[in-house]
Design a protein around this ligand. Structure first.
Ligand SMILES: *[C@@H]1O[C@H](CO)[C@@H](O)[C@H](O)[C@H]1NC(C)=O
Length: 318
């Protein structure tokens, strides 16, 4: 009897596994729906959305960031700034329990939230701190990549910079054709310990590893130019910097727009609706209380058009 029960439990476990959290629908990339191909296709944006989530900085540079709003939604739905609020039918919560009027976006705001909650409850309760993972990657590479793309002037220093980043991943005691094994170790260095649980975890993992793979393969290409080629010259430097700049253009990390340290009476200013000027969107800069609103009020320089009527220009200008 006991063994039959155990067998039944085992069968149930086996049967439920593929249909639950770990199955990844493979929607074609040109159709709406989750798929690994879509995650890879949008990898650089997904990576940055995770990095900026709930943070003012990146969300001010790439608008429509993620935030939490506390709302009270009366029964029956309510029109509010283009968003229809409806209580989550399952009562699981969704993300804030708010569904968009558009069914597809409703899926994003409500349904996915509810599915994640269900999947986590059904799984072993593992939660992957994806923002923590992405932070480690940005912290490791942001300054180094910028230095190599813009700052390094000699082959000797480029060689030293690329070796500093890659030697950790290279096993010089074994044959490694084309450094393929080292490249994989480099690309998976920050995700190796991640145990993906939900479908979302698998999709995010695909996106994050697409990004790290792009970083690591660029670095190995640079290594080939300046380390493997013992006769590396000015031409190798030009090619290396070109590859690194192509990478930083793809990555679009908002950290590269941060100000150098501002004084205590200054803030690193970036336009936030309805305040700001175009120049500080392109290059956020340190401002004190008097220089803060430079360029906000002139229609040629202001970032937001039109500036809402509730925003009068400051007294001293009238
Ligand atoms: C504020 O910053 C501006 C521009 O950098 C500077 O000219 C001005 O002296 C500063 N004002 C104060 C009170 O520090």
């Amino acid at each position: 009897m006991a063994s039959i029960r155990r067998l039944t439990v085992l069968c149930l476990a086996t049967l439920t596994t593929p249909s639950s959290a770990t199955s990844i629908p493979n929607t074609p990339v040109n159709e709406f729906g989750p798929s690994k191909a879509a995650a890879r296709h949008n990898a650089f944006d997904i990576f940055n959305a995770i990095h900026s989530a709930m943070r003012q900085w990146g969300s001010s540079l790439n608008h429509n960031g993620m935030s939490l709003f506390v709302v009270t939604v009366p029964p029956g739905g309510m029109e509010l700034a283009g968003v229809v609020g409806r209580p989550d039918p399952d009562g699981v919560g969704g993300v804030g329990g708010v569904w968009d009027v558009d069914a597809r976006r409703g899926v994003m705001f409500g349904y996915v939230g509810a599915e994640v909650v269900k999947a986590r409850a059904g799984g072993e309760g593992r939660v992957v701190d994806w923002q923590g993972v992405v932070d480690l990657i940005v912290d490791r590479y942001a300054d180094r990549l910028r230095y190599m793309a813009e700052g390094v002037e000699s082959v000797v220093w480029m060689r030293s910079a690329v070796n500093g980043l890659l030697n950790t991943h290279i096993d010089y005691s074994v044959e490694d054709e084309g450094y393929q094994a080292a490249l994989e170790r480099c690309a998976q260095f920050y995700t190796r310990v991640v145990v993906p649980d939900t479908q979302e975890d698998h999709l995010i993992l695909a996106a994050v590893e697409t990004v790290t793979h792009s970083i690591c393969s660029t670095l190995f290409a640079v290594r080939k130019l300046v380390v493997e080629d013992v006769h590396a010259d000015e031409g190798s430097m030009v090619a290396s910097k070109q590859a690194l700049r192509a990478l930083t253009t793809k990555l679009k990390w908002t950290k590269w727009k941060e100000c150098a340290a501002c004084k205590v009476d200054e803030v690193c200013f970036v336009p936030m609706w309805p305040f700001g000027d175009k120049a500080s969107y392109e290059r956020p800069n340190c401002r004190n209380a008097t220089s803060l609103d430079n360029g906000w009020w002139d229609s040629d320089t202001q970032y937001w058009h039109p500036i809402p009527k509730m925003m009068p220009p400051p007294d001293y200008e009238t």
